[in-house]
Design a protein around this ligand. Structure first.
Ligand SMILES: Cc1cc2nc3c(=O)[nH]c(=O)nc-3n(C[C@H](O)[C@H](O)[C@H](O)COP(=O)(O)OP(=O)(O)OC[C@H]3O[C@@H](n4cnc5c(N)ncnc54)[C@H](O)[C@@H]3O)c2cc1C
Length: 150
């Protein structure tokens, strides 16, 4: 057996283990942005039998990487917005809700409505949000770096 066959067999075993884990999902993905949709599609392409849930409250999916082009006038902003239902990979279960807490000891994600979703593997990609003081922090660190380089 070649090294790549060994690796494929190992991955197959770990996937099979993941698929035999009670009523929890094999994989729960928090966030249906580019990262969440991309990783879900990629996993399902490799292992179609995986039970994957994507926790995402928004009806819309924003393709942010194109926003630089929008800002430069080279791309239409409307084309960066899609219906979440249209980008959700087939066979993934869309849990249309917001994740509000994690309970890693019990492998659970707690939703804003109180429901708890069990997982075997958890992928967290809710994006980032700029805090109101982010720009002043960036300026502070830039200044600090410039001073150090002198
Ligand atoms: C103006 C701009 C220009 C950019 N230009 C480029 C570029 O040219 N090239 C490039 O490669 N990248 C670019 N990027 C970066 C790229 O867009 C991001 O890295 C990428 O979109 C991040 O994807 P993400 O899925 O991690 O986050 P997001 O796309 O932000 O998605 C996060 C998702 O998580 C959901 N979510 C948030 N909180 C919760 C919660 N509590 N429970 C459940 N779901 C939740 C949100 O509703 C959202 O759908 C740009 C970004 C911006 C803002």
């Amino acid at each position: 057996m070649s090294k790549s066959d060994d690796e494929a067999a190992r991955l197959h075993r770990s996937t099979a283990d993941a698929c035999n884990w009670g009523s929890a999902f094999d994989v729960v993905v928090v966030g249906g942005g580019s990262a969440g949709i991309g990783v879900t599609a990629s996993l399902l392409r490799r292992w179609p039998a995986l039970r994957i849930a994507v926790i995402e409250p928004s009806d819309k999916h924003y393709y942010q990487p194109a926003w630089t082009l929008v800002g430069g006038g080279a791309y239409d902003a409307e084309l960066t917005v899609r219906r979440m239902a249209d980008v959700m990979p087939e066979h993934a279960e869309w849990i249309h809700a917001q994740a509000s807490a994690f309970d890693p000891k019990n492998n659970l994600v707690v939703l804003a409505d109180g429901r708890k979703i069990g997982y075997r593997q958890l992928i967290v990609c809710p994006g980032i949000r700029l805090a109101s003081h982010t720009w002043s922090l960036v300026q502070y660190y830039l200044m600090w770096r410039i001073l150090c380089h002198r």
